[in-house]
Design a binder for this molecule. Sequence first.
Ligand code: MG
Length: 312
Amino acid sequence: MKFTQVESFRGDANTIRIVGHRGARGILPENSIIGFDFALSIGVDLLEFDVLLTRDDVPVITHNHELNGAATRGPDGRFINGAGARVASLYFEDIECFDIGRLNGHTDYGRRFCEQAQLDGVRVPKLSELLELVSQPKHQRVCMMLELKSDPEFSADRTAKEKLVSVVTCEIKKAGMEDRTLLHSFDWTLLAECKKQVADMPTSYLTQLKQHAEDIGEETSLHSTPDLRPPDISLPDEVKKAGGELWCPHFKDISKADLMRAKDLGLCVAVWTVNEPDDIDAMIDLHVDAIITDYPGRVQRRLSDRGWLWER
Ligand code: MG
């Protein structure tokens, strides 16, 4: 079965697609409407973002299960210290009180994105706000890589996983976006639940080998991802066996042989998160289908300088 949204992520002989990671995290607040809007405005029509549920079951776009102290200010305008309250313990109206427009440059996380604009009045968006944005006729080619985040406190709780998949996919279907959305996760049990509940939507399997875990200052997903160890195990074969349409490895984990194998299996291959020019060049040389990046403009520039296209 061919899914149109999977084909949107697939490159060709002259094209490597660009996916805006959390919008354009390198330069604008992550997982914010202003960041998504910016990526769309520069012709990047594939968006990656993270979805969690609030206490009142509102799907919101944010990465960590606890409010990230490096990127979140309270109503008093001060950064909250360390990890904040759990999103699952807050009502949406509580979350609206926090501002995610700035990064604290005195934190490890803040130092990673020293070019990010400093804004005020930016809120954690509801999933429905992004769906409304991409529903505009001018954005009809936009496709979404919707990452379902697995709660480390409920890793064995099937009911919580069933609810997350059900609430989120109902919202997608209500907006008529089921053929423009990929369901994406590190947690393969969540993706299996997606297969059960919405077999008519494609899935994207994230992988990260433990030796390349280096996401400083943010919540890791290693607790939920299968511990797959090449060369004994072929990652693309495991993704295919699990029923995936797209394989999304950390860019340091992929080899030419694995990429060829994935293509033989019919998988689309998008690598995350590629930000440095040398790494971008290496992924262009490898000829992956899509590059997920915090700096979509940088990837455009490298592709352009080297005679590649990114739009289809
Ligand atoms: Mg993500």
